[in-house]
Design a protein around this ligand. Structure first.
Ligand code: AMP
Length: 422
């Protein structure tokens, strides 16, 4: 029975009930692996993709330890979770709050992130907090203002460590770590595992258990992956056609730039699709509102960039569209993992064009995928791929246009693909 499964991991009855109330029928793979070990106080290295249930995998056992160790109302920060983005901070904070209601003494969770006024966060920290969820920059700011003390932290969680490092966390790391006591439990979660994350783990973790949930996600049968070949200038029209034709609701569209989020959303909206942009230049209030409205079904399509969408959890998200392709194979996994979460089925659609086909080929190769190319009636591509660079050089190339770094990468991919077909 489902309740027994969570209980058999060693969680206390109130937390087991809270899981049932949250609609969790049974623990996910990473929860089964992580919860008993974290309850024993072990360090943990989790290779956990989005949608694996990793937030609850660390929040539940850490909360149980807080509950067990708290006999009076005096508050000190016992759990610190560092995350790369504001959205993820809000989400992780929510998970702690949701399960925190089962604590006998009210639990205080402070969520700290930049881009909004610091004063309300300073006020929220008055009287202490049990759990702090923060982005590193704002946390350092508040430490400098003596608004928060971290010398009582018992457990440190680095969530989406790969993204933290991408955003320059290495520079801030030493200053955050210096504020923590040396004797503590350390947890590191990452969806991908580049060498920098390994180095971070080596420096931080002691006798850590390593849990890998990634293999499951990469072969996640719940996500149907489709690739549609079309000419780049017709992508917005194609997207509109698909949304209407296939009756898509709850669609997250990835584009390359902030400008494109506005532009594509506007064009869809003007053609009768309930679409809105989400990007980093919007105020925090605008971002929160648009995301809530999307979750509540007011918008059918949200057009965003990788950075703005990082870590966002949208329950029931049906479709992810790669309007512009992700830069790396890992980003592809990360993006499509936004749908098909926690066992729900999902669809990921990538648009390829003559210019991006070779790049997508590399993404497929890295992820060991071979997806058929679809053509949609009325949107069949007519543009052909540019010749590989040697041929372009022979014909003199494009006058007056120096190739950018991205152009060179694309050209290298195109020529590799070209060689492969010889
Ligand atoms: P995460 O990987 O932490 O971002 O979680 C992804 C989604 O799965 C969230 O919406 C969670 O509420 C949900 N979730 C986590 N654990 C479970 C579970 N055991 N059963 C069902 N849903 C879950």
């Amino acid at each position: 029975m489902s309740l027994t499964s969570f209980a058999s991991l060693g969680l206390s009855t109130p937390l087991v009930h809270a899981c049932a109330e949250a609609g969790y029928a049974a623990p996910t793979a990473i929860q089964v692996e992580a919860i008993p070990r974290l309850l024993r106080g072990q360090d943990l290295l989790g290779l956990a993709p989005t949608g694996s249930g990793k937030t609850a995998a660390f929040a539940l056992p850490l909360l149980q330890r807080i509950i067990a160790g708290r006999q009076h109302a005096y508050r000190r920060v016992r759990v610190l979770v560092l995350v790369p983005t504001r959205e993820l901070a809000a989400q992780v904070g929510q998970t702690f709050r949701r399960f925190g209601t089962s604590c006998p003494l009210p639990l205080k969770v402070a969520v700290l992130y930049g881009g909004v006024s610091v004063n309300p966060q300073m006020m929220a920290l008055r009287g202490g907090a049990d759990v702090v969820v923060a982005t590193p920059g704002r946390l350092l700011d508040l430490l400098q203002r003596n608004a928060v003390r971290l010398d009582t932290v018992e457990a440190l969680v680095l969530d989406e460590a790969d993204r933290l490092l991408d955003l320059g966390f290495s520079a801030e790391r030493e200053r955050v770590l210096a504020a923590l006591p040396t004797n503590r439990q350390n947890l590191l979660f990452s969806a991908t595992f580049p060498a920098e994350v390994q180095a971070l783990a080596d420096g931080l973790l002691r006798d850590a258990v390593r849990i890998e949930a990634a293999a499951e996600a990469r072969t996640e049968p719940a996500i149907v992956q489709r690739v549609i070949a079309a000419d780049a200038p017709r992508r917005t029209e194609l997207l509109r056609h698909l949304v209407k034709q296939e009756g898509w609701r709850s669609v997250l569209v990835f584009v390359a730039t902030r400008y494109a989020t506005e532009h594509v959303a506007r064009k869809l909206y003007d053609r009768g699709i309930r679409a809105a942009p989400l990007h980093g230049d919007m105020s925090q209030l605008q971002r929160t509102t648009v995301l809530e409205d999307f979750k509540n079904g007011r918008w059918d399509v949200l057009v965003t960039t990788d950075l703005a969408a990082r870590g966002i959890d949208i329950p029931g998200l049906q479709v992810v569209v790669n309007y512009d392709l992700p830069r790396s194979a890992d980003d592809y996994v990360h993006r499509i993992g936004r749908t098909g979460r926690a066992g729900a089925s999902g669809l990921a659609v990538s648009f390829t064009s003559a210019a991006t086909e070779a790049h997508f080929g590399l993404i497929e190769k890295r992820n060991k995928l071979m997806l058929p190319r679809e053509r949609v009636a009325g949107f069949e591509p007519v543009q052909v791929a540019a010749p590989p660079p040697e041929a372009a050089a022979r014909t003199g190339g494009v006058k007056g246009k120096r190739p950018s770094k991205k152009d060179k990468l694309r050209a290298a991919a195109a020529s590799a693909a070209h060689r492969g077909t010889k």
